[in-house]
Each structure stands twice: as C-alpha cells, then as structure tokens.
Design a protein around this ligand. Structure first.
Ligand code: SF4
Length: 283
C-alpha cells in the first residue's frame, strides 16, 4: 500500500492505526498485545527476528511444537474421513491417538464435520481471522468449535477462560456464520470445546450465550481501540516480567537470557482484557 504524501510532497509515515488496520488480527496476535504491547509491536509491526528461543531446552520445545502440528494433521485427516494408519504414526503420537480413539469429544452436534476451517469477519472495523481445528454442526442448528491441545499439562478453566482464543473463536463464528454456514447462528447454539491429549476424558466446555456475545464484542472493541491508539517509538514493556521468561525478545528488552519451560505458560499471571470478562460464560 502506498505511503501517504503530505502537502510538502514528502512522504508521511503511516500512522499506527493505518498499519494495524492492514493486518489480519488473530487471537494469537491480540493475545500478544494483551500480554505485552512491545511484543506486538516487535512481532507484527517491525517484523523483528526472534533473537532467543522461547523455551528451554530448545530441542524439547521444537519437538513438542512439531508433534503438536503433526497431531493436528492426523486429526484433520481423521475428520475428513480419510484412514489413519496407526502403524505409520510417529511413536510419540501413539498415546495421543489412542487417547483420542478411547475418549473422542462427546456429544458433538449434528453431522457436519469441517476440520481446519478458516474463517474471517470484520469486527469493530478490523479484520479478524481464525482457523478452527474442527467445527461440528447441524445445518440450521447448533455448532461446536473443537480445539486440540497437546501441551504436556492441562491448563485449568480459569486460565482458558481468560485467553483471547476463548473470547474470539465463538464471537467470530457468530459473526461469520451467514457466510460460513449459510445462516445466522444464535449464541445459545454455540459451544467451544478444548480437548486435551493428556486429559482426553476431561475436555473443557464453554457454552456461549447472548450476554457473553454482547460482552465479548465490547471487550474486543475496547481492546482494538487501545491498540489503534498506541503511539511512540517503543511501546510499553509489560510490567509483568514473568511473561518475559517465555518471550523470544527478552534479550532485546534486557529482560534476561534464561528461557522458561513451556509448561510455565499455565502458571503465569494472566493479563485480563478490559473490561473484564463476565462470569456468565459457564458450562
Ligand atoms: S521480553 Fe518482555 S517486555 Fe520484551 S517484548 Fe517480550 S514480553 Fe514484552
């Protein structure tokens, strides 16, 4: 996109708002902004290379990431109706596959199954994108978003409820339903299910509601307004230095060189988007 030209004929730098408006924001990028404005600036506006591993030992973190992506591909194949040959799977995936076969997500609505489903909507003037690991639904009826979690530890409900993924996915499904499913979807017809490879019989289910939908829209609008109003050469570093232990930019920010362990993510204090999420998003 062209850089605006001022009266003097010199090119003016884009405003933050203009640059952010050109981004397709996801739950991941908005979570970064919620955690630390500087991290969002470095990652999405400055394309800053990652100078430090996110977690140690590096090989373990990379291996866990690779296995997680492989499991998602296996799930995609399964839900597309293609055969999954157990004998061909990486040995590390076998316990997860067996756990899924023994305890698949129960009571999924309808008969439609669409894995790795991309969707998008403009909310509060900003394009938001997401990829659902699985959308299960009945045409014209209820729907469930399923998200596969492959971390070694199962995060608790409070931690999950504060994540922007829990806010954005159901909201985005409601907003995009007419184009995605061919009809509007009442919030009461939507569930969001986290399914865990290490706790397959204990999924975490969030039932959506009209009250939560309205509240989430206000929360997201406030978050976007805060992001669009950001100014300055160096955006504020998070005051919560614990968050820096799992951030690739910690050496740039002089926030230590020693990486944390990936499981520490579930123990970190969680910044809560403002206004605070309501407590009516319950099972
Ligand atoms: S190291 Fe800490 S302050 Fe720096 S970008 Fe990461 S989270 Fe923010």
């Amino acid at each position: 996109m062209a850089t605006p030209t001022g009266r003097s004929g010199t090119r003016q730098p884009d405003s933050t708002a203009a640059r952010v408006r050109r981004l397709n924001l996801s739950q991941s990028s908005l979570q970064d902004f919620t955690d630390c404005a500087r991290r969002f600036q470095l990652r999405y506006l400055m394309d800053q290379a990652w100078p430090a591993p996110v977690a140690e030992p590096l090989q373990d973190a990379e291996r866990a990431d690779l296995l997680g992506r492989q499991f998602h591909r296996v799930m995609e194949r399964h839900w597309l109706g293609l055969p999954v040959e157990r004998a061909t799977l990486d040995a590390a995936l076998l316990p997860w596959w067996d756990a899924f076969i023994a305890h698949p997500p129960a009571d999924l609505p309808g008969t439609e199954r669409r894995p790795e489903l991309h969707t998008t909507a403009v909310i509060h003037g900003q394009r938001i994108v997401a990829t659902f690991d699985l959308l299960a639904y009945e045409p014209g009826g209820p729907a469930a978003i399923v998200d596969w979690k492959t971390s070694a530890r199962r995060p608790n409900r409070t931690w999950l409820d504060r994540r922007l993924q829990t806010l954005i996915y159901p909201l985005l499904l409601i907003e995009s339903a007419p184009g995605l499913l061919g009809c509007a979807l009442p919030p009461e017809d939507v569930r969001f299910i986290y399914w865990f490879t290490n706790a397959p019989a204990e999924p975490e289910v969030f039932q959506y509601s009209t009250a939560r939908y309205e509240s989430d829209k206000r929360t997201l609008a406030a978050l976007l307004d805060r992001l669009l109003a950001m100014e300055g050469e160096t955006w504020p570093l998070t005051p919560n230095v614990e968050l820096c232990r799992l951030c690739q930019y910690r050496s740039l920010c002089d926030r230590g060189r020693q990486a944390g362990h990936p499981d520490e993510e579930f123990e970190l204090p969680e910044p809560v988007p403002e206004p605070a999420a309501p407590d009516d998003f319950v099972l």
